[in-house]
Design a protein around this ligand. Structure first.
Ligand SMILES: O=C(CO)[C@H](O)[C@H](O)COP(=O)(O)O
Ligand SMILES: [Fe+2]
Length: 216
């Protein structure tokens, strides 16, 4: 089954709780939570207190995308804030294997994210120990950017790597996804779809329903 993970980065922060409830009620399975530190990426978004607050608004799966340097410093804090899956960037942690184990030892899922320019070969050895690989289809740091076309090929190649090794790792695609290109990334092999601006611009309930229909 394909999963929709609306990115709350594009939500109206003045009514974040309502926005989260709306996407939950419309049927989105995950809540994608982008954490930015102003160092790994230029922007600063939000952190644990905000995650703890919205945890009260929904039982949906919290998919945390950490765009922070040395994320190993904060894994336990994000777990305690209520995250169900923590994804770290391959480029941001020196001891990736250790960081993945740190997440899994808490009993939650672990993901690894790759920037557009980072080759798939960099995660060859850790692939069997992660639950999800996040393919960035824009350079991380901002919502509302244009999908980078070569990401489709990268998703296809990752899907081949996963299938060849008999694994069932989830493939998440993040950045510039809209109702015009969602079918293309699913066909390439992605099964967890992040959409920020395409969900929260306009009527978020109707947008979630349109995505879910296209993702069947
Ligand atoms: O990780 C991210 C940015 O770094 C966001 O999840 C992503 O950009 C979603 O926003 P949009 O769908 O508007 O591109
Ligand atoms: Fe993200």
């Amino acid at each position: 089954m394909n999963i929709l993970a609306p990115s709350i980065l594009s939500a109206d922060f003045s009514k974040l709780g309502e926005e989260v409830k709306a996407i939950d009620e419309a049927g989105a399975q995950y809540v994608h939570i982008d954490v930015m530190d102003g160092l790994f990426v230029p922007s600063i978004s939000y952190g644990m207190p905000v995650i703890k607050s919205i945890r009260k608004c929904t039982d949906r799966f919290f998919d945390a995308h950490l765009m922070i340097e040395a994320p190993e410093r904060y894994i336990k804090d994000f777990y305690e804030a209520g995250c169900d899956l923590i994804t770290v960037h391959q480029e941001a942690t020196t001891h990736l294997d250790r960081t993945i184990h740190q997440i899994k030892e808490l009993g939650i899922k672990a993901g690894v994210a790759l920037n557009p320019a980072t080759p798939l070969e960099t995660i060859k050895y850790v692939l069997p120990i992660v639950d999800m690989v996040l393919i960035m289809s824009v350079n991380p740091g901002f919502g509302g950017q244009k999908y980078i076309d070569y990401s489709t090929k990268k998703i296809r190649q990752l899907k081949e790597m996963i299938d060849d090794r008999g694994l069932s790792t989830d493939i998440e695609v993040d950045g510039g996804i809209n109702t015009n290109n969602v079918k293309e990334v699913i066909k390439a092999g992605a099964n967890v779809i992040v959409a920020g601006s395409a969900v929260f611009k306009g009527d978020n309930r109707a947008n979630v329903k349109e995505f879910l229909e296209l993702m069947k």
